[in-house]
Design a protein around this ligand. Structure first.
Ligand code: SF4
Ligand code: SF4
Ligand code: SF4
Length: 419
């Protein structure tokens, strides 16, 4: 893997001109108006405007848009190579969707079966829930530092980005900010997404302490509900493990995450390897420290769950007490946007702080007013969670394609935002 040169993907989704009927449906799901074409004519994706979310793909009634990055055979080749340790990091939303590809009822949680099938295929496992916990600690710590500095007036030894702090785990949202709201880049949390933390961790601690292999022999595969994650993994700044080893005097260059498989890709991989998902023995990787995660993983299943996990951390650090109940209320006039506020008393100074937070899902319709407020410096919020896909990652562009598009999951309860 020496001599690797990161090549950022510039195109992930394209429309097959032989299949496209020019029906215009996809335009209603595209958050960035990146689809060109008159009604009745073949449509095309403008990659310069596209944020690679795949919402057009999962909602086209004719199956015309396709994911252009197919790495299934490449991963199979690595799995067959005994010199290579292939590590898969599984996002939460994959485990509620993969069963559908094998005739299990949509929405069924099949974590142990998924672990079993991964084991049979030859993967080592690093659960993305493990690094989601780390992301919560990072984002929470960053938020606490900003609250202490900007709200409580304490001096800070570090440069801190402005409030409101936005979450940073959704790569389509990050590309959206970069392309359409660059003024808000400093407001993004500096924490990596759980997938990128998993890559860096696998090729450092994981190689040394868990799998006891040479870090250069780890092939890291993100297993995600998301097509934009393919883009995220290709970004050249994500070489933290290589930087770590280079600082130890072993000059190397490789990406933290080598490739990404969507939920659909993983199902194809299992089928190609003749793994019968329905009958595969269940497996819990209980001796693997990187396959454990806290109870915070459980609340990811509810709307605003990520935000709640970060707030619980912040509340405990600032007040020294657990947060009782956090209630999110819909913001009038904005579908899919909710807010909550909590009053906290700083244990150190006795000062009272009212912290206001918002969660928004679905870039297409919901977030612009929040972003405009933040841009003008008038946002009432301290922390805002934003995910591109309607309902979060469970409706991601890499999930199984349902004849109903993404609307089947709009039950107001299922949402697994961290990938
Ligand atoms: S929804 Fe599908 S068929 Fe219709 S215009 Fe878009 S890509 Fe073409
Ligand atoms: S991938 Fe997302 S941003 Fe790109 S064209 Fe499709 S819906 Fe639009
Ligand atoms: S919401 Fe989730 S699935 Fe959708 S683009 Fe963001 S990270 Fe990917």
């Amino acid at each position: 893997m020496k001599g690797f040169q990161a090549q950022e993907l510039t195109r992930v989704i394209e429309i097959n001109s032989k299949i496209c009927k020019g029906c215009d449906s996809c335009k209603a799901f595209c958050p960035t108006d990146a689809i060109d074409g008159k009604y009745g004519a073949v449509h095309r994706v403008n990659s310069e405007k596209c944020i690679f979310c795949g919402q057009c793909l999962v909602n086209c009634p004719f199956g015309a848009p396709k994911d252009t990055i197919d790495v299934v055979d490449k991963v199979i080749e690595k799995l067959k190579n005994k010199q290579v340790t292939v590590v898969g990091t599984i996002a939460p939303a994959v485990r509620v969707a993969i069963g559908e590809e094998f005739g299990i009822e949509p929405g069924s949680l099949v974590t142990e079966k998924l672990y079993g099938a991964m084991k049979q295929a030859g993967f080592k496992i690093l659960d993305t829930n493990f690094t989601a916990d780390q992301t919560i600690m990072e984002e929470g710590t960053e938020l606490i530092a900003k609250i202490r500095h900007y709200v409580l007036g304490e001096p800070s030894a570090h440069h801190l980005g402005p409030l409101p702090q936005f979450t940073s785990c959704c790569p389509a949202w990050i590309r959206y900010v970069e392309l359409y709201y660059p003024e808000l880049i400093p407001n993004l949390s500096s924490a990596k997404s759980p997938m990128m933390m998993a890559g860096a961790l696998a090729k450092t601690y994981g190689a040394k302490e868990v799998w006891k292999v040479n870090h250069e022999d780890i092939y890291m595969v993100g297993i995600m509900p998301c097509t934009a994650k393919k883009f995220e993994a290709s970004r050249p700044e994500f070489e933290s493990a290589a930087h770590y080893w280079s600082r130890q005097g072993k000059k190397v260059s490789y990406p933290d995450v080598d490739v990404v498989l969507t939920t659909r890709d993983l199902a194809r991989l299992f089928k190609k390897l003749n793994i019968d998902f329905k009958s595969v023995p269940e497996f819990t990787d209980k001796d693997n420290p990187l396959a454990q995660y806290s109870g915070a993983g459980t609340i990811f299943g509810n709307t605003g769950g990520v935000m709640e996990a970060v707030l619980r951390t912040a509340h405990f650090v600032i007040t020294g007490k657990e947060l009782d109940v956090l209630e999110f209320k819909p913001i009038r006039g904005l579908t899919g946007v909710k807010e909550a506020s909590i009053v906290m008393k700083d244990a150190k100074t006795g000062k009272e702080i009212t912290m206001k937070v918002a969660v928004a899902h679905g870039l297409k319709n919901n977030v612009k007013p929040l972003l405009e407020e933040a841009k003008s410096g008038k946002s009432p919020y301290h922390f805002i969670e934003i995910m591109n896909c309607p309902g979060g990652c469970v409706n991601g562009g890499g999930q199984p394609i349902n004849p109903m598009g993404t609307s089947w999951l709009d039950k107001g309860k299922a949402m697994f935002p961290w990938a």
